[in-house]
Design a protein around this ligand. Structure first.
Ligand code: NAD
Length: 484
């Protein structure tokens, strides 16, 4: 049974164990503001034990047929699917997000990650290069060994499994650390692994703070690859540690994504989806659009309708079916978002709606609730428009020409995702080609195909996840040249 416990445990060598120090820190439900569980405060010695277990498990796991690995990983997917309800409940309590979102997006996608990579490995093949009459080269794709996976709090099990699944499918053993802000579903994943019959040591989950447990994974001399999703400044620090050790690195970092809305768009579809791309999960999705550029001829019409619909969004009880936005991930994060709202006003912006705290009576009185905010009147180069807020805050800006829209969208250090709204197919292609972004959605948002490359350019990251990109990241290519 995948039920949460008050004291979360590490999962090392197939067993649930406390941190070496025996120390715990608090896990807070952001919707109530109350401590409801305790997280092991792991350190380098716990990571070392996890590494040793992974190293011991590696010959068995990497030597297993892909058919057997496929079976175990798809059993794990089945178990996650079977426990969608308790997992979604745990995710909602841990992160403040609506249960409806966790049960329709987070947990189904976590299950899909394991299922996708379980089957992907059975179709994975490598290349050969023939020199006629002389030699044949063929490429072996071998697992890297013991790898590290570190994930953030915004899509907890979704992003944790997005890394772990391809790492395991390719035959690696893993030392993983979920965010200390939202560790509960990673803990439940440990239980699911035990139920699925994953051999001991293949996956090890170490809980704790980033600067202690996370840093110990990155610094470990024998952990040869690190897949990290999180903030850009953390990514910079990880790169500085790992690069001189010549580790393979995949860094999925922050974003400040533009939405380009042309006058010829399908207005209703654009409106409905832009509300989602702005405020789903409280804007705490790295793919959310937060800079909305609107062609001047429809600027006022779009602004007025967008503000009206934003004001209708329901903020509050994450377990109510009518809630659109639950709590932000923590009080500290809410305060960070609020500080940007104050900054926006100092920078000359007008808050058209939202930004105010929401008092939800009863159980949720101490929760981190905020009304979604829409701002206009800011310059493109002010801090509010250049820095990642990662909350329910968007800015609106008008543009006059296609060239100007592209220039405004690209005038930033980030480059993760962008959306383009137009009915002109030629314009859609032209703009998509020129946007400096790892992902461009035309007339849609968050339409995900797990085979596609996923990642950002500029300060949004290095490398790509998804499909073959992930299978390649978690394997070393070895060329064998045979002369005949
Ligand atoms: P964060 O960088 O604070 O933490 C991410 C993870 O790294 C956590 O598990 C944390 O404990 C760990 N960590 C922190 N310091 C570390 C260190 N020195 N060494 C190793 N690990 C360390 O990010 P967050 O606040 O949890 O998440 C929000 C950020 O994640 C936002 O910037 C968001 O854009 C980004 N994000 C990016 C993507 C993407 O795909 N590009 C997806 C989701 C979130």
């Amino acid at each position: 049974m995948l039920s949460p416990d008050k004291y979360i445990k590490n999962y090392i060598d197939g067993k649930l164990v406390p941190a070496d120090s025996g120390a715990y820190f608090d896990n807070v439900n952001p919707a109530t503001g109350k401590v409801y569980a305790h997280i092991p405060d792991s350190e380098a010695s716990d990571v070392q034990k996890a590494y040793e277990a992974a190293e011991r498990a590696f010959p068995l796991w990497s030597g297993m047929t892909t058919e057997k690995r496929y079976r175990i990983l798809s059993r794990l997917a089945d178990i996650i699917e079977q426990y969608t309800e308790p997992l979604a409940r745990a995710e909602s309590i841990d992160s403040g997000k609506p249960f409806s979102l966790a049960s329709t997006v987070d947990i189904p996608r976590s299950q899909a990650n394991f299922r996708f990579f379980a089957t992907a490995i059975t179709h994975f093949s490598s290349e050969s290069h023939h020199v006629p009459g002389e030699a044949i080269n063929f490429t072996l794709r071998q697992p890297v060994g013991v790898v590290g996976c570190i994930s953030p709090w915004n899509l907890p099990l979704y992003l944790f499994s997005w890394k772990i699944a391809p790492a395991l499918a390719t035959g690696n053993c893993v030392v993983a650390k979920p965010s200390e802000v939202t560790p509960m579903t990673a803990y439940l994943l440990s239980k699911a692994c035990m139920e699925a019959g994953l051999p001991a040591g293949v996956l090890n989950i170490v809980h704790g703070y980033g600067q202690k447990a996370g840093q110990a994974i990155v610094e470990h001399p024998k952990i040869k690859a690190v897949s990290f999703t999180g903030g850009t400044s953390t990514g910079k620090r990880i790169a500085a540690t790992a690069a001189p050790m010549f580790k393979k690195l995949s860094l999925e970092l922050g974003g400040k994504n533009p939405n380009l809305i042309f006058a010829d768009c399908d207005f209703e579809k654009t409106m409905v989806t832009t509300l989602k791309s702005s405020f789903s999960n409280n804007g705490q999705i790295c793919l959310c659009g937060s800079r909305i550029y609107i062609e001047r001829s429809i600027y006022e019409k779009f602004r007025d309708e967008f503000v009206k619909r934003t004001q209708f969004l329901k903020v509050g009880d994450p377990f109510s079916a009518v809630t659109d936005l639950g709590a932000l991930s923590s009080q500290a994060h809410k305060e960070k978002v609020q500080s940007y709202l104050q900054l926006a006003e100092v920078e000359g912006g007008t808050i058209l709606c939202g930004g105010t705290e929401v008092e939800v009576p009863g159980e949720y009185e101490g929760g981190a609730f905020l009304r979604p905010a829409v701002i206009e009147g800011l310059s493109n180069n002010c801090r509010t428009n250049q820095e990642e807020i990662f909350g329910p805050v968007v800015t609106l800006q008008p543009f006059d020409t296609e060239e100007e829209a592209i220039a405004l969208a690209n005038d930033i250090d980030y480059g993760l995702a962008a959306t383009v709204w137009t009915q002109d197919i030629s314009r859609a292609h032209r703009v998509a080609e020129k946007l400096q972004s790892g992902i461009v959605w035309v007339n849609c948002w968050m339409l995900r195909d797990l085979r596609t490359p996923f990642g950002g350019v500029k300060n949004s990251g290095v490398g790509r996840e998804g499909g073959l990109e992930a299978l390649r990241f978690f394997t070393e290519a070895k060329n064998v040249c045979v002369k005949y």
